[in-house]
Design a protein around this ligand. Structure first.
Ligand SMILES: Cc1ncc(COP(=O)(O)O)c(C=O)c1O
Length: 377
């Protein structure tokens, strides 16, 4: 957080706009919309954005919704909120995101038996866009609606365009761990202004026009507060800096592990800019000399918090009854992948501690003296 975020939040207090209406909301939406190039609606969370997005796409009870299996549960839970059925899809190794070839094969088979899903939720994982062009083309061919879960990919690009801008409806998150944050919050973007207006209406309890409290459809209390929108407004001004900081950390780790066999940074697909929101690495235990879990334990023994890559949805007890297409790639990324400390404010010395601990686990010489020199210099 910086002074600008504080100033906008203070303005909400001093002007008494402590509500789900107020000038910060409009200003945050405008800044976001200018950045993505689409109408944007401030919401209380990314999960709310996915939920409203599914409603906008007409998903309801009995529908099937395809969803990337390698993701956080919040991508898939709203499918269930709508009484629909999730069906999970594997990743490819090149981007760790949804495999377009698999999607194409499955939709062709499904079309032949008239069992097409209503929609697809495609996730942009860990700061990198999925390969949207083929995915949109395939879904367009079969009339499958697309929602892009760009919760983790604000600041990333796909073929020069902002991640999330290619899909008819997209969701972003400002949860505390995201590249920019409002403590908690989300944004929905839509290519069609009428859909964005509908999302705003549904997010404010779907009150019909006029001063009387008349309602004709079910609404939600999903609007962001004007105080938090002030934080978001300020955070938009540092988004590019945050992207640079996250990428610098990931590339520092990558370079410091360059001489170690069996550990590699999440691939950077050629079609866009990966923010490296989290610094994710894949371990090959045979080459690295230690399993992913062994590495996590070693980091923990050095008081360094690291995490496994998301546990795929098709391996979760919650979704045990759901169909999955493929799944082995995501399962392997989960088994051998980990996220190293990645906060934008992680200092050089702390990065050095992480590097040394990973090198220790591999039985390689540590670099800490060199790092101390860098810091002093
Ligand atoms: C891929 C993904 N989708 C959705 C969400 C949900 O966002 P929120 O926490 O703002 O509800 C998150 C993060 O929390 C996420 O990582």
């Amino acid at each position: 957080m910086g002074e600008t975020e504080q100033r906008y939040a203070d303005e909400a207090f001093s002007t008494n706009w402590v509500s789900t209406v107020g000038p910060n909301l409009g200003a945050f939406e405008k800044a976001f919309s200018d950045r993505i190039g689409l109408p944007a609606v401030c919401l209380s969370s990314g999960t709310a954005a996915i939920h409203l997005g599914l409603i906008l796409l007409g998903v309801g009870p009995g529908d099937e919704v395809f969803c990337s299996t390698l993701t956080f549960a919040a991508s898939a839970n709203p499918i269930r909120y709508q009484g629909a059925t999730p069906v999970f899809m594997d990743s490819d190794r090149e981007s760790w995101n949804l495999d377009p070839q698999l999607l194409s094969d499955v939709l062709r088979t499904r079309a032949a038996t008239n069992r097409l899903p209503k929609a697809l939720i495609v996730v942009d994982l860990y700061g990198q866009s999925a390969d949207m062009d083929p995915i949109l083309e395939i879904c367009g061919r079969y009339g499958v609606a697309v929602l892009e879960d760009a919760a983790e990919a604000l600041g990333a690009t796909y073929k020069g365009r902002p991640a999330g801008s290619a899909a008819p409806v997209s969701a972003y998150s400002f949860n505390g761990n995201k590249i920019i944050t409002t403590a908690g919050g989300g944004m929905l973007t839509a290519q069609d202004q009428a859909l964005a207006d509908r999302a705003r209406f549904l997010a404010t309890q779907a009150r019909d026009p006029g001063i009387a409290y008349e309602h004709s459809v079910t609404g939600y209390n999903y609007r962001m507060s004007n105080v938090l929108a002030g934080i978001g407004r300020g955070q938009m001004e540092v988004l590019d800096l945050r992207v640079q900081q996250r990428r610098a950390i990931a590339f520092r780790y990558r370079d410091a592990f360059a001489d170690l066999p069996g550990i590699s940074l999440m691939p950077q697909a050629r079609y866009g800019l990966h923010t490296n929101w989290l610094s994710c690495f894949l371990v090959d235990p045979a080459q690295f000399g230690c399993t992913r879990d062994g590495l996590l334990r070693h980091l923990d023994s050095r008081d360094i918090e690291a995490r496994p890559v998301w546990k795929p949805m098709h391996l979760q007890a919650l979704f045990a009854d759901c169909q999955v297409y493929g799944g082995d790639v995501a399962a392997d990324l989960f088994r051998n992948g980990l996220c190293l400390p990645s906060s934008s404010n992680l200092g050089l010395l702390d990065q050095g501690r992480v590097i040394d601990a990973v090198r220790e686990a591999a039985g390689a010489p540590v670099l800490s003296e060199g790092i101390a020199e860098v810091v002093v210099a």
